[in-house]
Design a protein around this ligand. Structure first.
Ligand SMILES: Cc1ncc(COP(=O)(O)O)c(C=O)c1O
Length: 405
């Protein structure tokens, strides 16, 4: 049955209830939404259409790394929009050239080339395909608790909760190892294996990190057996951990994978994904092996360059490290916080009880946080420009919430 169209003029504002009712009516109900009608954003703040302002410690799924509407990003995409919205990879573009150069310049030295696409799942699909092309093998090892996206190959690589089930029938050749357990990887890593792919900090699983020795052992195993190592840095990349990438970091044992996949923060909210690859991988990829219409489009590329520049110019990596230390320190005041997991601004606060009621009570106090598939963990993925004053607001609100629960 066709639903009658609303007769309102397009310029007439609609109120909060009407907005919610329209979305509920016309959009598939795939997400449980917060009762917030987001209208505009600035830095770490989201302004709702009813005039209320929310402290955003979630960044719209870790996307708003440079903060909402960073002026450098807004200016870059606005200027680009006035020149050329899009042309595909069939032509060269100064905007694309600059973005590729800039991204490679902040990457670990061994990663010398970029492939641009549109999302995290697409980056992972292409990374696995490149590993198969490079090695001539088919199987992929991934880990319990890892999340890699929702398209066929990526969801088949996702051994977290019910996700893999949702992708049935799964792509064959996906093998599951235990995160942090090198013996479980060794048992599977035979000559059929093209790649080992891991989310170096398992975010959705509840912000889980392995010891540095684990990442080093995985790298060694890959070297010994000719396997491509893929880091899914869709969440950890682009400054989130207080460094450009988890790859190469001390927490990760200093090792660098053969491919890094990126998305989320890379375009500050303009959809863009990327694979960064070594010379060895690049040498196996020929014309027409990979492709995507929108990958490398000009608006996205302008957003990438401006995002990376904003992080640099505003010294956000240093800010993440400093403010993380301050937050960890202040959280010591709250005895209900059993542990603080993660690195930089990818943090999981573990409680003895459920995190969901805490998340909801914080939302009542206009603070947006995230949950995870670990029911006791509250996830924080704030913009990289979060300051100490906002940490104080959060910690004081958290203490208040916990007093009343
Ligand atoms: C680690 C990781 N990999 C891949 C993805 C998929 O990214 P996208 O939703 O852009 O496809 C996500 C999304 O949450 C993610 O967190």
């Amino acid at each position: 049955m066709r639903v009658p169209q609303r007769t309102m003029k397009p310029e007439t504002a609609i109120n909060v209830e009407e907005t919610i009712a329209l979305e509920e009516r016309y959009q598939l109900a795939t997400y449980k939404k917060m009762p917030v009608v987001a209208e505009r954003g600035e830095g770490v703040w989201i302004y709702a259409s009813n005039g209320e302002r929310y402290l955003d410690l979630y960044g719209g799924h870790a996307v708003a790394a440079t903060g909402h509407c960073h002026p450098r990003v807004v200016k870059a995409i606005t200027q680009q929009a006035g020149k050329l919205l899009f042309y595909s990879n069939l032509v060269y573009s100064e905007t694309r050239a600059r973005a590729a150069e800039k991204l490679v310049s902040v990457a670990p030295e061994l990663l010398t080339r970029a492939f641009f696409c549109n999302s995290g799942t697409e980056a992972n699909e292409n990374a696995m395909r490149m590993a198969r092309m490079t090695t001539g093998r088919e199987n992929i090892i991934t880990f319990s608790g890892g999340f890699h996206g929702r398209t066929a190959d990526a969801i088949s690589a996702t051994f977290l909760g019910k996700y893999r089930e949702l992708g049935k029938p799964n792509v064959p050749g996906h093998l599951q190892a235990e995160f942090g357990d090198i013996e479980s990887v060794r048992k599977l890593a035979d000559e059929s294996v093209a790649a080992i792919m891991l989310e170096p900090i398992q975010s959705m699983a509840g912000v889980k990190l392995a010891p540095p020795s684990f990442y080093r052992a995985v790298r060694e195993l890959c070297d010994q057996r000719g396997i491509i190592l893929i880091y899914d840095e869709v969440q950890t990349g682009i400054g989130r951990t207080g460094e450009w990438f988890f790859a190469g970091s001390e927490a990760g044992g200093g090792i660098v994978p053969d491919i890094i996949t990126l998305a989320k923060a890379l375009g500050s909210g303009i959809p863009v994904g990327a694979c960064l690859v070594t010379d060895r991988v690049a040498s196996h990829i020929k014309e027409n092996d990979l492709g995507t219409t929108f990958g490398g489009g000009m608006i996205a590329m302008a957003a990438v360059t401006a995002t990376l520049e904003a992080i640099e110019v505003d010294d956000m990596l240093e800010n993440v490290r400093r403010v993380e230390a301050y937050l960890r320190d202040r959280l010591k005041e709250i005895e209900q916080v059993v542990s603080v997991r993660g690195r930089g601004f990818l943090l999981g606060l573990e409680f003895a009880g459920k995190a969901k009621p805490i998340h909801e009570a914080l939302l009542d106090r206009r603070i947006i946080t995230g949950t995870s598939s670990d029911a006791n963990v509250l996830r924080l993925l704030p913009p990289l420009c979060l300051g100490q004053g906002e940490v104080d607001l959060f910690v004081d609100a958290l203490a208040g919430v916990l007093r009343t629960q």
